[in-house]
Design a protein. Sequence first.
Length: 354
Amino acid sequence: DPTPAPAPVPSTSPAESDLVRAARGLPVSRTPVWFMRQAGRSLPEYRSLRAGTVMLDACQDPDMVTEITLQPVRRHGVDAAILFSDIVLPLVVAGMDVEIKPGIGPVIDKPVRSVADVDALPALEPEALGFLETAVRQLVAELGATPLIGFAGAPFTLATYLIEGGPSKEHARTKAFMYAEPEAWSRLLDKLAVSAAIFLRAQVDAGAVAVQLFDSWAGVLSAADYAERVLPHSRAVFDGLGERDVPRIHFGVGTGELLPLIGDAGADVVGVDWRIPLDEAARRVGPNRSLQGNLDPAVLLADRATVDREVRRVVEQGRTARGHIFNLGHGVLPDTDPGALTHVAELVHELTTR
Ligand code: 1CP
């Protein structure tokens, strides 16, 4: 057999990319930009590839994960890829009967409503994540200098799906369980923290150079409840990374009042939605953390002049942070014109190139 040709040496390594540098508060060549939910329904190439494949099957097919993750990187020239997966995947792999219903989201037939339900939940075995390791290794090889962000759902946000049985607005049952069954609550969030940490470690060990913990729905909690009943479990997820020296991004929606705590849970980067300007967010998280955000995704449905004005504002307000990763304040809306995303990535680069 001939010796295989050596892999091309990229000019910069993903671990020294602008994304990682901004996350650490180091100088960058330009502000890095990526978009939450950059893969998915806004892209026609995604819709045609996914046609006929159930979401959770797609997430466990390494070739499909690789291709879908790469699509927005090729199209938009963004500064990071985020693994195509879902926050409920570790639960599915562990054997819980969670489904993702099209147009709805994660749904579970027998919601968790008692201490016995919590104790009956199956644990995630790291050995079951071979498909993930394969997908991440393939991706890292294809991405070259572009960093791959690994992610997981935070214990609170996962608990909302398990307890409610599906998506919900108020998360009233979740909060009721938290207040009524504090011990079972803590056991549930412990379990979810352990599986999230296993899921993140698998991605980092296979080559992801940053991680994002999505606590999308934590904004429904008061700061006191968040600090006492949720934060310790989110911190446990980050602690589960051990010595792995990758920047940690931590994001939730409507978390204006929680921003300092979201940072305290162990984040290098605090993700901010559109409700609070980044200069105010920088004051709230303090000088030792970077920020990610926070263009309102709905702005992308407006005219080009509005988009440009709002992008400039976010870039300017982001300059007050220790480091800034440009992103949306939440995921790309399905009706978004992909051309608007490409334009935003170009404009951020143009405005910030040193
Ligand atoms: O490109 C990327 O961003 C990677 C893909 C990705 C990510 C990061 C998907 C694919 N899901 C997620 C994370 C995720 N999943 C979060 C955290 C981010 C956020 O707040 O948006 C949450 C809350 C979920 C749960 C979920 N999965 C929902 C939301 C339901 C609700 O409560 O409102 C939905 C609709 C899904 C399904 C899903 N996940 C991903 C896609 C492309 C889809 C749609 C599936 C389909 O088309 O059938």
